[in-house]
Design a protein around this ligand. Structure first.
Ligand code: DC
Length: 219
């Protein structure tokens, strides 16, 4: 393994990307960057400013005067940590509008590349293997059925004490994936050189071990 490695992990909503990427980063002792949290942080600001997420010009103008950082597993919006404000249904329902705009993506992709240029990194998102880190050393595409993914998200929200409805979560997840996969700019698509890993029948440890075996060259 080289000294400066880049690992790209893409896939649909709730396929387990961030949990797995975090563990993998710990095992490899490298940094982890959750790019979805950056789009979520901007969405939080859009909503808090009463801007319509469907109003491209307004969203882009706001993005231009917004500072977003990802540092040591925490997301910062204009200097404030917003970890506990970006994972809820309000953000879920609006983030796919905000992340579809070319100028929003340009800004965040360049920030993500800048972070990745500094050290070894594992990044997860939707366009990491196809756009952000096209030349990544390892690319994975994590998938799971919509039912399994909705159950995971439902459990996550219940554990946080949020009031949620399983059918609403599943419907929204399918809608979002459809939106992310069909948007014009950098849609969610498996890179031709990515390894596809289906996590339906694998727990987190098994998935991490499988991915590690690819990285260590045992596979
Ligand atoms: O992974 P997540 O659910 O936190 O992502 C939130 C939203 O951001 C999701 O709708 C897809 C979008 N996203 C994106 O377009 N590109 C990325 N690199 C990461 C996330």
């Amino acid at each position: 393994m080289s000294n400066n490695i880049k690992v790209a992990i893409d896939g649909p909503t709730s396929a387990g990307k961030s949990t797995i990427a975090k563990l993998l980063a710990e095992k490899l002792k490298i940094n982890y960057v959750d790019t979805g949290s950056m789009y979520r942080a901007l969405t939080l600001k859009v909503l808090n400013n009463n801007i319509d997420p469907k109003a491209e010009e307004d969203v882009v103008a706001l993005a231009e005067k917004t500072k977003i950082d990802y540092f040591e597993n925490h997301i910062f919006l204009d200097g404030l940590c917003v970890d506990d404000k970006i994972r809820n249904e309000r953000i879920d329902k609006n983030v796919s509008y905000v992340c579809q705009y070319r100028d929003v993506r340009k800004r965040l992709v360049s920030l993500q590349r800048e972070i990745a240029s500094k050290s070894s990194v594992i990044m997860d998102g939707r366009d990491i293997g196809t756009v952000v880190l096209k030349d990544a050393d390892y690319k994975f595409f994590l998938t799971a059925s919509a039912d399994v993914r909705a159950k995971r998200r439902y459990k996550e929200y219940l554990e946080k004490g949020l009031e949620v409805n399983f059918d609403d979560i599943k419907k929204d997840l399918i809608r979002r994936d459809d939106y992310d996969s069909h948007r014009e700019v950098d849609p969610l698509v498996k890179a031709s050189d990515a390894i596809e890993v289906n996590t339906d029948d694998k727990n987190i440890e098994e998935t991490v071990e499988l991915m590690l075996s690819y990285i260590n060259g045992d596979k």
